[in-house]
Design a protein around this ligand. Structure first.
Ligand code: SF4
Length: 271
């Protein structure tokens, strides 16, 4: 990418972040689970499901296995049963138990604190070496548990950034995350990630984006294209015609038409 383009992307991301904060504020990052190993479990559970079902699955898992050693010692079938509500239970149980066993084997306990202070690309490479852990999961963990300038891209963020022309239309989650990440301003990775998700859910929906009420319309090529293709309907400024006059105008049989329209439904009308 050329230097001018790089500066352009950074400036556009800064502007998007500013406009979103103007609409939604700067969200609180502390609302997320921050213990790294628990965050890893939570983000594995969040794959291909809704936040509500992810939270239900996580609550049941915590209830059934209150400590990490208890969770690591669970039989796969028990864990599957506990997290079934979140979907893909077999694959997720396998990924969680595999990750815990490997962390225990390599680190002698259930801790990922050694990642703190590690260069971001190295920490990400370590996490994505776990089966079932992709760039999105790794970046969530690195951002929310370690405060690293990682930029997680989920389906909402991908859709919105494509429409904004910030990533190519062919980008996938990982490519978009890695191309945007270095251009997001210091301290903006968390707020921008969370506000783009909120925009994607509430305004820039997959079908029928509500461009007319979007805070990003002024900087969005897709929004401008849609506005041009479907300009807002011209308001009818003719004075409102009273209902009785309209009925008279459509009646073909003189006062009989009005009389029929005015009759109540039921026996009286048939008679
Ligand atoms: Fe999405 Fe429309 Fe907003 Fe662009 S202007 S981000 S297409 S809702």
């Amino acid at each position: 990418m050329m230097a001018g383009t790089v500066r352009g992307l950074s400036a556009r991301l800064r502007e998007v972040c500013r406009l979103l904060a103007g609409r939604f504020g700067r969200p609180d990052l502390c609302a997320h689970e921050t213990d790294p190993v628990r965050n890893l479990v939570l983000t594995i559970l969040s794959q291909n499901t809704t936040d509500a079902n992810r939270d239900r699955a996580y609550d049941r898992l915590e209830e059934r296995f209150p400590t990490l050693p208890a969770l690591a010692a669970a039989r796969p079938s028990e864990l599957e049963e506990a997290i079934r509500v979140g979907g893909l239970a077999r694959a997720k149980a396998k990924a969680i138990l595999g990750a815990l066993a490997r962390i225990r084997e390599e680190r002698g306990g259930y801790s990922l604190d050694f990642l703190r202070g590690m260069p971001l690309p190295e920490a990400r490479a370590y996490l994505t070496s776990f089966p079932g852990v992709g760039v999105k999961t790794a970046n969530i963990l690195l951002l929310f548990s370690f405060g690293m300038p990682a930029f997680p891209v989920d389906t909402h963020v991908l859709r919105v950034t494509k429409r904004l022309g910030l990533v190519p239309a062919t980008s996938d989650l990982a490519k978009a995350a890695l191309s945007l990440e270095p251009h997001v301003g210091p301290g903006d990775h968390g707020p921008l990630h969370l506000n783009l998700i909120r925009l994607g859910r509430e305004v820039c929906r997959p079908r029928d984006p509500r461009c007319a009420e979007c805070p990003l319309l002024a900087v969005c090529p897709e929004g401008k294209r849609r506005k041009k293709a479907h300009p807002a309907p011209v308001r009818n400024t003719l004075p409102r015609v009273p209902r009785s006059v309209r009925l008279e105008g459509h009646a073909t049989g003189g006062s009989g038409g009005i009389a029929e329209a005015a009759q109540p439904k039921g026996k009286g009308r048939i008679a």
